[in-house]
Design a binder for this molecule. Structure first.
Ligand code: ZN
Length: 361
């Protein structure tokens, strides 16, 4: 996520803090200072937020490390003022695994609460709930309560929150992935509206969470639609087969000529039979600006382009396109470049598939 600082790394997963999180800490410190004018109260308030977010990291690690047991990687966990976000690379196709991964976070939160409860009881410092306020009472007992709230709140069926993921996975056992995601996203958005209303009345953070859920639900429904449209399509069906290629020794001026003469924007760079790079329009413009028209394609291109097999499923090709900066994949037929796929091809294909399936109905 942009504007994030990496503060730690746990088993290859970057733990990041978003800059807005620093603003939250400043805001908490300021409001405690205005309320009490004592340094100890400020330290207690800020310390509590740090402890709470450490628990949030453990919750997200619960998801991430469970996903890893099923071979799914997580790139990063980012702390935002409204909670943590784990960037899990993709959700498993098996709904039962998704349920296990979604439940792992709340289970961690409840386990922390249970451990704190046992500790407080063993030390005889458990306070009666009636005497416990949001900002009063023993530190560890407040931490116990918020961990319980964290688990319960996340288990509400507001997709894409944890409870919503469980709900979607259960639905998809009966309805299939696309319909289940659409239903879960609609329910999630309805709950987001409710949260937004409650947030406006009582708590601005709840309003922010509502916005987050709304956008998340819409994005996931859109992605599910795209994956459905691409389900049976292979790279060879979507690739551009009429294209020009460049050699590393060609001049950038030659690339300019090809660009102006046709509609192709990005070119594979081929040496002999081997694909050695790609020259996108952005690379070409950057090269013209810094090196001039006489410079070689080889010095302006991106080496190591994304290569996909011609029988590779389009859903996998889409993943590769989103990972590579060039947003362009070379489709290989054996050692030979048989075609090109960029995001425009994919969008075109989705529109065609949508028109076809509309006709079938
Ligand atoms: Zn969670």
């Amino acid at each position: 996520m942009r504007w994030s600082l990496t503060i730690a790394e746990v088993r290859g997963i970057r733990i990041q803090v978003h800059v807005t999180f620093v603003l939250l800490i400043a805001w908490i410190a300021l409001s405690y200072w205005q309320l009490t004018h004592t340094v100890s109260a400020v330290l207690d308030g800020v310390g509590f937020i740090f402890a709470l977010f450490a628990c949030v990291v453990l919750h997200e690690l619960g998801h991430a490390l469970t996903a890893r047991r099923f071979g799914i990687r997580t790139r990063s966990i980012t702390l935002l003022p409204i909670g943590g976000v784990a960037a899990v690379e993709k959700m498993p196709d098996d709904p039962r695994l998704e349920i296990v991964i979604a439940l792992a976070g709340p289970v961690v939160s409840l386990a922390i609460a249970l451990a704190l409860y046992l500790f407080l009881q063993a030390t005889g410092s458990l306070v009666d709930l009636a005497e416990l306020g949001v900002s009063g009472g023993p530190f560890l007992q407040r931490l116990m309560i918020v961990n319980i709230l964290l688990a319960v709140f996340n288990l509400l069926p507001a997709f894409p929150m944890d409870g919503g993921r469980v709900f979607r996975a259960l639905l998809s056992l009966r309805l299939g992935n696309l319909a289940a995601t659409r239903v879960a996203a609609s329910v999630g958005q309805a709950m987001a509206l409710l949260f937004a209303l409650l947030g406006l009345l009582y708590n601005p953070f709840l309003f922010l969470i509502a916005v987050f859920i709304w956008i998340g639900a819409a994005t996931e429904a859109g992605t599910a639609g795209i994956r459905y449209a691409l389900a049976d399509v292979r790279a060879a069906d979507a690739m551009l087969t009429e294209f020009h290629s460049l050699a590393p020794g060609d001049s950038l001026a030659h690339a300019v000529q090809l660009t102006l003469a046709g509609s192709q924007k990005d070119f594979p760079v081929i040496e002999g039979e081997a694909v050695v790079g790609v020259l996108t329009q952005a690379d070409m413009l950057r090269g013209l600006q810094s090196l001039g028209g006489e410079a070689r394609v080889g010095s302006a291109m991106q080496a190591a382009p994304a290569r996909v097999a011609h029988d590779q499923p389009m859903t996998e090709v889409l993943d590769r396109l989103q990972e590579t900066p060039a947003r362009l994949a070379v489709v290989m037929d054996g050692p030979r470049a048989a075609g090109l796929i960029d995001l425009d091809n994919v969008l075109e294909l989705i529109r065609i598939q949508a028109a076809r399936s509309a006709r079938r109905l």
